[in-house]
Unconditional design. Structure first.
Ligand code: ADP
Ligand code: ASP
Ligand code: MG
Length: 470
């Protein structure tokens, strides 16, 4: 019997240079019996460069906009020259030249009509994934793998919310129509992540970091055996390794824990990745493309995950908190509805909410509409805004049942001003807000007591449950 396919998604850091492409080819080669479908991000740094080029074009200088992309376009060509045979290399170089010409035209249109930029920005940014996917398909063929480039925009059908498009239900059928014949002919489909198209065929993107989401959507459509996210660290770690150098791999997470971690800032997974996996009960595995032998993290349904006290500490910086205080709230109904309508009107998502009798505090990570929000909220009560805040989230199924953990955590950081403490509805996270300037030390100290200190409460809980022997 042929196995259900395995989705293998490689992030930008896994395809930043020729040796990274070589690693990817080696990883895919070992997975051939698992019927891989390969999803790839733009090469590291290219999406940022493409977005910056759009800003340059909006500023009126189309020539500078296109020229700013030349170093990254040359990186693509350098990788092709190192890894492809002359014929495939020439074909790819032609693709790069055509891409440059097309982007040049789009930059010119934006420079002349800057207000038209949202769909054109997506059109431009999408070249990042199209180029990397075409290059990776050619590199895989060079390794004698039967890879076939597929334009992901034919699979991912989305609404027209440019820059943050949502997939439409027809995506599942379109994905099967495009990919099943390729798989049935024993070929390996290779597609760009992050990109899609509307029903009118206009290019869209799914939001920054969205290639993980593409992998999950395709996985759900194909009833994949597993969705693998290949990145530059060995799985989901106990904290952001850029802050905590002793962060270590979490072997097993429940969907719920992984979703909370991603939502509260663990960049290793896009926050929307887990839902399609939950819907179809597909395991998600996070692995290191630079150390393919490392075990990584397996994310499965809650019932299969071992409950432990704390699994990880996530954080999200650049948060703004808004507090609305009004005596009208006391015993009244309709106040919260009016309050949330303001956020709705300004299309601003709220992350965390806490309330007291006469005030409501809310956190937002997109303060783009802040002045308008404040002026509408002032009709409801006195408004106080604090910027440069960080949400810190302690995550683990065991939080549900372990008394004393919150006391231990807050006594450790009693000298740090903490606000908006809340326990998520799912009870697998304990969340609070600190000033951005105190966030790194807060995270380091909490990581120490939760995962490093010999007398840490988590370790005791694990030992008591016989789960840790070392
Ligand atoms: P990719 O290009 O593969 O999509 P990303 O940069 O989006 O990679 O995500 C991987 C990065 O996420 C890691 O290099 C790490 O710095 C960061 N990160 C933040 N929090 C965590 C965490 N808890 N576990 C693992 N990585 C994390
Ligand atoms: N290339 C896109 C980005 O940088 C999508 C991704 O990497 O997942 O946001
Ligand atoms: Mg990513």
């Amino acid at each position: 019997m042929t196995p259900n396919p395995t989705i293998m998604k490689f992030g930008g850091t896994s395809v930043e240079d020729a040796s990274a492409f070589r690693n990817v080819a080696a990883v895919v080669k070992t997975a051939v019996p698992l019927r891989p479908v390969v999803v790839v991000s733009a090469i590291g740094g290219f999406t940022n460069a493409l977005l910056t080029s759009v800003q340059k074009a909006i500023g009126g200088d189309a020539r500078a906009a296109t020229r700013s992309l030349d170093p990254d376009l040359k990186r693509h060509v350098a990788i092709a020259r190192e890894l492809l045979n002359p014929e495939s290399c020439a074909a790819f170089e032609l693709t790069v030249a055509v891409t440059r010409r097309e982007i040049r035209q789009l930059h010119k249109i934006i420079a002349l009509h800057p207000v038209t930029h949202p769909p054109l920005q997506d059109e431009i940014v999408a070249y990042g994934e199209q180029l990397s996917a075409q290059l990776l398909a050619a590199v895989l063929r060079e390794s004698n793998l039967a890879a076939r480039y597929v334009d992901a925009r034919r699979c991912l059908r989305t609404d027209d919310n440019y820059g943050n498009a949502a997939p439409l239900p027809e995506t599942a059928a379109a994905t099967r129509t495009e990919l099943l014949p390729v798989l049935e002919s024993s070929k390996i489909p290779v597609l760009g992540g992050f990109i899609g198209s509307t029903d009118k065929g206009v290019t869209t993107t799914l939001g920054r970091g969205g290639s993980d989401y593409t992998a999950a959507i395709i996985g759900a459509a194909l009833e994949a055996r597993e969705i693998q996210i290949w990145t530059d660290v060995s799985g989901v770690l106990t904290a952001d390794p850029r802050i905590v150098n002793k962060a270590r791999t979490i072997p097993l997470l429940s969907y719920q824990e992984a979703a909370e971690l991603a939502y509260f800032g663990a960049k290793v997974l896009h926050p929307k990745t887990i839902q399609p996996a939950i819907d179809c009960r597909i395991p998600v595995r996070v692995c290191n493309s630079r150390a393919a032998g490392d075990a990584g993290t397996l994310i499965v349904a809650e019932s299969a995950a071992t409950p432990q006290t704390v699994k990880a500490i996530a954080h999200k910086s650049g948060i703004t908190t808004v507090q609305v205080t009004s005596a009208r709230m006391l015993g009244a109904y309709g106040f919260l509805r009016a309050l949330f309508e303001v956020f709705d009107r300004h299309r601003t998502a709220v992350d965390v909410v806490t309330t007291s009798e006469v005030s409501v505090s809310l956190s937002i990570d997109n303060a783009g509409a802040l002045p308008e929000l404040i002026s509408d909220l002032e009709e409801l009560g006195a408004v106080e805004v604090e910027e440069h805040r960080t949400i810190i989230s302690i995550i683990g199924e065991g939080l549900r049942s372990t008394p004393g953990i919150a006391a231990r955590i807050f006594s450790e950081i009693s000298d740090i001003n903490v606000s908006m403490i809340s326990v998520g509805a799912s009870s697998v996270n304990l969340t609070f807000m600190v000033d951005e300037s105190r966030a790194p030390e807060t995270i380091k100290r909490l990581h120490y007591i939760c995962f490093e200190a010999p007398e840490n409460p988590v370790r005791h809980a694990e030992l008591a449950a016989g789960e840790v022997t070392a």
